[in-house]
Design a protein around this ligand. Structure first.
Ligand code: 2AM
Ligand code: CA
Length: 276
């Protein structure tokens, strides 16, 4: 496949940052046994990766704006273009030496994502998409799974992180998912979850409390692979609400329906009484 020049810039940046992260993962593995743990080292690895991505992208497109998880917002002189970057998505996995994390880079033009990339340096899987040109994993075209039977579906999700989110609601959602889908997975990297739905590995995925850089590239990958994504109410406000439900047309619709039902149950007076 022929990439556009801008996608080649993104790929080069992701490969460089990925090499740095892969090297650092080796060190993280050693640090598991130290009393201090790998926390500070991981923060530094994360920042280092963002700096590499930022530097590579700025070298090729110096006028573009930048929104990165580590570096915050930088206005560009070109107001129509902005990079949205998560240098290390799946930080908790990385911290534990689990080789499931990714560099995620998206390009926004006039408010729409036009190119996206998710790269897992641990297994060298590179997912890329450009608007209108389809989605690819290591140069092979990918499509969402064709599965239509909810009972056959393997579904990814996020769970509230320690001290955050609505635990009660999440238990109702998990229960509904367990009662309807073949199996649930919680892998810990939103951008890879979306890429995996795009590649037909997962049939659907949902998560809350996410940031734009967790989803920007993944949403384009998913849609270019023929998938559907909305917020959890089935609306367009994925980025405004920081939540996403994704899948092929059928699985996406069923997932949104199930989550809505679970939400009602969690809010029902009977359920509230039972929890007391
Ligand atoms: P991160 O690894 O870059 O933090 C996992 O459920 C997904 O949620 C990941 O994409 C992760 O991105 C994101 N996330 C957002 N807030 C988080 C938090 N407080 N703790 C862990 N993961 C978080
Ligand atoms: Ca992230």
């Amino acid at each position: 496949m022929l990439h556009s020049a801008v996608l080649n810039v993104m790929i080069k940046a992701a490969h460089r940052a990925g090499r740095s992260l892969k090297r650092d993962l080796g060190e993280v593995e050693q640090l598991q046994v130290s009393v201090k743990g790998p926390g500070n080292f991981v923060t530094a690895a994360d920042r280092r990766a963002e700096e590499i991505v930022r530097e590579e992208l700025a070298k090729a497109r110096p006028a573009y704006g930048f929104l990165g998880e580590e570096g915050g917002v930088r206005e560009g002189s070109d107001k129509t273009h902005r990079w949205i970057v998560d240098p290390l998505d799946g930080t908790t996995n990385f911290l534990h030496g689990i080789p499931h994390f990714a560099v995620s880079i998206a390009l926004e033009r006039g408010g729409a994502i036009v190119a996206g990339l998710t790269y897992n340096p641990a297994n060298d899987e590179l997912f890329v998409a450009e608007r209108g040109k389809g989605a690819f994993l290591n140069n092979q075209r990918i499509r969402v799974a064709a599965r239509r039977r909810v009972g056959d579906a393997i579904v990814g999700c996020g769970l509230p992180h320690y001290g955050r989110g609505d635990l009660r609601l999440s238990r109702y959602e998990i229960a509904a998912a367990q009662q309807n889908f073949a199996g649930l997975r919680r892998y810990g990297s939103a951008t890879l979850d979306l890429a995996w739905v795009a590649a037909g590995r997962l049939d659907a995925y949902w998560e809350r409390d996410l940031s734009p850089w967790d989803m920007a590239a993944g949403v384009l990958l998913l849609r270019e692979a023929g998938g559907f994504a909305t917020d959890l109410d089935g609306g367009e406000a994925i980025f405004a609400k920081g939540q996403i439900a994704a899948g092929n047309e059928t699985m996406h619709r069923e997932l949104v329906r199930l989550l809505r039902e679970a939400g009602k149950e969690a809010a029902a007076p009977a359920a509230i009484a039972e929890a007391k």
